[in-house]
Design a protein around this ligand. Sequence first.
Ligand SMILES: N[C@@H](CCC[C@H](N)C(=O)O)C(=O)O
Length: 288
Amino acid sequence: MSTSQIAFLKGHGTENDFVIVPDPDNALTLPAALVARLCDRRAGIGGDGLLHVVRSAAHPEARSMAGEAEWFMDYRNADGSIAEMCGNGVRVFAHYLQRAGLVEEGDLTVATRGGPKRVHLAKNGDITVSMGQALLPDASVTVSVDGRSWPARNVNMGNPHAVAFVDDLEHAGDLFTAPPFTPEAVYPEGVNVEFVVDRGPRHVGMRVHERGSGETRSCGTGACAVAVATARRDGADPAVTGLPVTYRVDLPGGTLVITEHPDGAVDMTGPAVIVAEGVIDPAWLETA
Ligand SMILES: N[C@@H](CCC[C@H](N)C(=O)O)C(=O)O
């Protein structure tokens, strides 16, 4: 594929939006600066991140997963940085594959930097991703905004999250910049920070500041981290009770349903939408 004719699509999952770049043979070079330009909402196409769609066999980071997952989600944040996982991204990625006729309704596996993820494409359009187990590294972290501070639960869903329970989501402030946390050494690679309020039994609301993207209207891995942290807070750890626990997680862009099973496996269910498709103008690409 010539770099002067790059096809793209635009899609979102609960309004966490992505530029999708199909590149089955991994022929494109996508340096961080170009990704950031593509994700720019004024000078580019605009998105919280970019999904580079590559055959696993064609990508050095995914070749070892090619036997079980034909397709690799090479995910990038809006600033061009690389992240291990993107939960909403996997749903949009799988939806794109189905729409393009590359996979069928039912089950498939998508390779990610966080390992292979099982995905179920349901008839009604819902997409469920088996996100794997949450890790809960024991570290006491404090997150602060505008003079208020909260203890945060450290949850790793392949990527790092700090989950803080607050009285009011407004207390998270404008989230234009990353909320400071201490001690900084806990997250040497940065962190996604979630602010959570209770909305009812097994029902929470959240806002998130994503590493590399700023405040987004949804974060799939963040919703999973929030559900796991809330289950621990509520004394509903499935490994202890022997029962799965399901949380409805409301985000500014929609609702995700998260279930944690007694073996620790976390499932996330939500929608995915393709909004548009087109070709990047070669003249724009020259300047980008
Ligand atoms: N929006 C994503 C998470 C994307 C990666 C994150 N910004 C990071 O750097 O870890 C999701 O839906 O999970």
